[in-house]
Design a protein around this ligand. Sequence first.
Ligand code: ADP
Ligand code: MG
Length: 348
Amino acid sequence: MIEDKSFKSTKISDLGEFGLIDHLTKQFEISNATTIKGVGDDAAVLDFKNQQVVLTTDLLIEGVHFDLSYMPLKHLGYKAAIVNISDVCAMNATPTQITVSIAISNRFPLEALEELYSGIKFACEKYGVDLVGGDTTSSTKGMLISVTALGVLNTDEVVYRSGAKPNDLLVVTGDLGASYLGLQVLEREKQVFLVNPQSQPDLTAYDYLVERHLKPEARKDIIEMLKVLEVQPTSMIDISDGLSSEILHLCKQSNVGCKLYEDKIPLDQQVISTCEEFNINSTTVALSGGEDYELLFTIAQEDFDKIKGNPSMTIIGFMTEAKDGVNLITRANQQIELTAQGWNSFGE
Ligand code: ADP
Ligand code: MG
């Protein structure tokens, strides 16, 4: 893709490191009052007054976390920011700043980095986040991106994974499994393309799935909605590795069990039809798929009325005593113990 002839090709060495940093960051604007000094000094200066700060970081490696043969660089930049913004949201915090560090080999021209940064800028604008720093270095092979994100909250607003209580309701936002299926569709098209480079993929039947994979969103809107609804979740996590694995995290850290109802798991119509086509079980996809970046949280029973009927949230189960275990109740009303089939970065 970066070999695409439509790309002008400017060698990064022509700009030098400082010219490059300046070129990539100059069109970013500061929008948060908490940012006193962004890019351009030895360190950024931030002032959060009496608020608490959450901080999170992720490292993405070419060939492990992304494949540039079907992941456009603009989308990669966007996604690298989103996965961190999602982690900030999962603490019930408002994202405010990010830093972006990159290592790149000489196979990337300036125009490729411009694409990457246009995606990062798009995420910054959409989520109201300031780019306040980073680091730029070379790699012998491939690309690495590390994003660090900060967010703010009031002391009493923080939500940990560990606060769920028996009888709390288990809630998930949006729908699940689409990102994983989008990746399967893209992988399949890549194989077709390798055999026949003239082939033109028609992905219209899978547009939602592919978009969910290439351009995921962080649920900052849910954090804002929960404040308006005056709902303080008792525990929360974002779904990066699959529903099953995230439920097990909440249960383990909260020392509770759970009953998850298969028929309640929210699925998009395209997920259902594509699962039929690929002959895979949609529940397995939702449980193990990963990279949906939806929020999974628990609320006290008293808060049920505040969220019932909300189209962005689905109650999928409830928490139990730890001794009752972590269970899926199937459509056939069978009880099956959940295992961490969630996507494992050291696995396949
Ligand atoms: P230092 O030598 O102190 O590490 P740098 O020259 O790497 O300083 O960075 C200069 C400024 O540019 C700093 O504000 C740094 O945070 C910022 N910066 C460096 N690389 C990037 C990048 N890839 N994206 C955003 N900001 C960057
Ligand atoms: Mg540096």
